[in-house]
Ligand binder design. Structure first.
Ligand SMILES: [Zn+2]
Length: 418
């Protein structure tokens, strides 16, 4: 045995168990396992979850906020300001900022991430090339999937499609899309066709930014239903993710039903990005400002897989964040009203099992025998307190190796204080 974690609180209603790890996989889970092990950790009844999964993170344009102060706080402004900086992206600078964000993710207990570097004639392939380099560099810490993401549009930005194909040849494994950033619905339709054609050519899954607006009046921001139809038609069931999808919230449940039925039929994964959506959404509402989130409860209650992610970290799209899924989960719990014990547990599920399924790693994931030994030991005693305490990640384990150890001691001096 390579690692034995003793007294781990995996279930709140049962006694703590031991987790035995061999060859990077969970070999056994149960009380009092004992036996010889190269390393032992006494979790002392601390809560344990499978490692977090971030299905949607931009590392190439993270930590740019000081260089691009915003005024309006709108999506259009964020795209415009970031485009200026992208035109002069320096490879070493991209690497340095990307590493800083990946280190944040590793410290937070994230074991797999899907990164969405921009691919366009402005910054070329520097985002993809550096992400692929970091995929190797970080392979013992975190699994990285790389998306070829056309933030500036495909039809609108000639040359982008060729760059996306080159990105896939270089080793990107997911075809991205941004169908709302085109000049009209016809071009949005062409954009979506290009994305599915490329996915077909490289036998790759699809992950698009879609329907990112306060309402559905403009068809470019109401494409989810069409995308779901295309996913079914092109044999991409379960292999398509859509980020944002905020405009769906402007429909009544009855109006949304046909779209949601198709999303479920196509088994499309919806990734809500609350830190960005709350910040950029509803900017033109003079009163009763909209929250800008996709209808998470309605979608989940209808059987659609919904997960969440950090998206951007400290730039014009999102001035906050530290690539910590627990922070985003806590924010989502407030904003989307996940308050009951049952729904708080759902939030943790979204950051773990549901996120893993969305990026296609569900079969090797989770705290079960035979699954990859990717887990987090939190500095709290109950699983149902993880979302509330935002506890220190005491140990993080990736493929059976302890990758993070955190020691914090906070003492309250209860008497004699002046
Ligand atoms: Zn994004």
């Amino acid at each position: 045995m390579d690692l034995l974690i003793e007294n781990a609180r995996v279930w709140d209603d049962r006694r703590p168990v031991d987790i035995a790890v061999s060859d990077g996989r969970i070999a056994a889970i149960g009380p009092g396992l004992g036996g010889e092990s190269a390393r032992r950790i006494d979790a002392a009844g601390r809560a344990v979850l499978p490692g977090f999964v971030e299905p949607h993170l931009h590392i190439d344009k993270a930590l740019l906020y000081r260089r691009q102060p915003t005024r309006d706080g709108t999506l259009e402004e964020a795209i415009r300001l970031t485009a200026k900086l992208k035109a002069e992206q320096d490879r070493e600078d991209v690497l340095e900022r990307s590493r800083a964000v990946l280190d944040m993710a590793v410290r937070a207990g994230t074991v797999a991430v899907r990164v969405h570097p921009d691919v366009d004639p402005l910054q070329g392939l520097v985002g993809v090339e550096t992400a692929l380099l970091l995929r190797d560099e970080y392979r013992d810490l975190i699994d990285i999937q790389v998306v070829a993401f056309p933030q500036e549009g495909i039809v609108k930005a000639p040359g982008t499609l060729e760059l996306m194909a080159e990105a896939m040849r270089m080793g990107a494994s997911v075809v991205g899309g941004c169908p709302y950033n085109e000049s009209g619905w016809d071009d949005t339709e062409r954009h979506i066709a290009h994305v599915f054609d490329l996915a077909d050519r490289f036998d790759a899954p699809v992950d698009m930014h879609a329907d990112f607006a306060d309402d559905c009046r403009d068809p470019r921001f109401s494409a989810a239903r069409y995308i779901a139809e295309q996913a079914i038609k092109r044999g991409q069931r379960s292999r398509v993710s859509l980020g944002h999808v905020t405009s769906l919230a402007s429909f009544s449940p009855e109006e949304a039903a046909p779209t949601i039925d198709l999303l479920r039929e196509a088994d499309i994964h919806i990734v809500t990005l609350p830190a960005t959506d709350l910040y950029l959404g509803g900017r033109r509402d003079a009163r009763n400002q909209r929250r800008g989130l996709t209808p998470v409860h309605l979608l989940r209650d209808s059987g659609v897989n919904v997960t969440f992610s950090s998206n951007n970290v400290r730039n014009a799209f999102t001035p906050f964040g530290k690539a910590d899924p627990l922070l985003i989960g806590n924010l989502l719990a407030h904003a989307a009203q996940f308050g009951t014990p049952h729904s708080q547990a759902e939030v943790l599920r979204m950051a773990t099992h549901d996120a893993a399924r969305s990026i296609g790693i569900g079969d090797s994931y989770g705290l079960a025998v035979g699954r990859s030994a990717d887990l987090v030991v939190f500095d709290c005693q109950r699983v149902d307190e993880v979302l509330l305490d935002l506890p220190v990640r005491r140990w993080v384990v990736k493929r059976g190796r302890v990758t993070v150890e955190t020691r914090h001691e906070c003492v309250i001096n209860r008497s004699g204080a002046r």
